[in-house]
Design a protein around this ligand. Structure first.
Ligand code: CP
Ligand code: NVA
Length: 305
């Protein structure tokens, strides 16, 4: 049976562990010049309806380095933009390619593609979730902290797609997660409810960023207005002012705090310039790890491991 990766609730704890181990192994092997060509002859389709630098290039290079081929399609260049139904496109693409990564607005579209495809479908970001991002970010946390157990992770900012995926990960892995968002911009109730099917005893929600980051091991932030919300930015800048990740906020955290951001970052908004440019920052490792983690995901789904 094919498996999809639409949200982190699609994975069991063992799946996370397998992906972390394999991504770290693939990264080490790549650094030694060992090329794992396990996907020779396989094709990954990418349908992107929103902009992307990291996710697109990480998926494309991952596929090429594994011996396969990526085919990038902007939604605008496909018949989807002329209203070909998702279920038709999904069935047709299933006859050509071995896996599909999709980036779009409405999460129900990736669900529809997954339902109508005979190939695995990967969510490469929707308005609701960004599962692959959190997988590679947890890999980065494991590299720097030796694991994620007992690590206090604090989200500061908008209760957006990336935050939702952190809540999902926390419920499956029992992470110590605190989510600090301004009133009215928190995690949607249905995401919290879905996470509560897992263990959410270590997930806390607050609107006080200073208290939230106290003794944090990891502080994570993201843009205040995600793709599709840009017209709200000027209004949000006022509401989110106290949620900027800067030296003053970080003074509450542990000395060895890891500051994380999925990027792209908006300097002077959700993160200050000096924090972003700190010589010990891990943002660029986070970005690199997307390639290694995408390889592990592609192998697992295409080879049905
Ligand atoms: N972090 C991330 O998904 O970046 P892109 O939007 O550039 O893919
Ligand atoms: N929350 C951001 C993430 C970008 C990688 C957005 O959806 O625009």
């Amino acid at each position: 049976m094919k498996k999809d990766l639409l949200s982190l609730l699609d994975l069991e704890k063992d799946d996370f562990e397998t992906l972390f181990k394999r991504a770290i192994q693939l990264k080490e092997r790549y650094a030694k010049g060992i090329l794992d060509k396990l996907l020779t002859g396989k094709t990954l389709g990418l349908i992107f309806d929103k902009k992307s630098t990291r996710t697109r290039v990480a998926f494309e290079t991952a596929m090429i380095q594994l011996g396969g081929h990526p085919i990038y399609m902007s939604t605008q260049d496909t018949q989807i933009s002329r209203n070909e139904p998702a279920k038709d496109t999904a069935r047709v693409l299933s006859r050509y390619i071995d896996c599909l990564a999709m980036r779009t607005f409405d999460h129900s579209l990736v669900e529809e593609f997954a339902k109508s495809s005979t190939i695995p479908v990967i969510n490469a970001l929707t308005d609701s979730f960004h599962p692959c991002q959190i997988l590679s970010d947890l890999m980065t946390i494991i590299e720097y902290k030796g694991g994620y157990e007992g690590i206090k992770i604090v989200w500061v900012g908008d209760g957006n797609n990336v935050a939702n995926s952190w809540v999902n990960a926390a419920s499956v892995l029992d992470l110590d997660l605190t989510v600090a968002c301004p009133d009215g911009f928190g995690i949607d109730a249905h995401i919290i409810e879905a996470a509560s099917a897992g263990n959410k005893s270590h997930i806390r929600f607050t609107n006080d960023p200073m208290k939230a980051v106290k003794d944090a091991d990891v502080v994570y932030t993201d843009v205040w207005a995600s793709m599709g919300d840009e017209d709200e930015l000027s209004k949000r800048i006022d509401v989110f002012r106290d949620f900027q990740v800067n030296k003053s906020l970080l003074s509450q955290a542990r000395k060895d705090v890891l500051v994380m951001h999925c990027l792209p970052a908006h300097r002077g908004e959700e993160i200050s310039e000096d924090v972003l440019e700190d010589k010990n920052s891990v943002f660029w490792d986070q970005a690199e790890n997307k390639r290694h983690m995408h390889k592990a995901i592609l192998e697992k789904l295409i080879l049905r491991n």
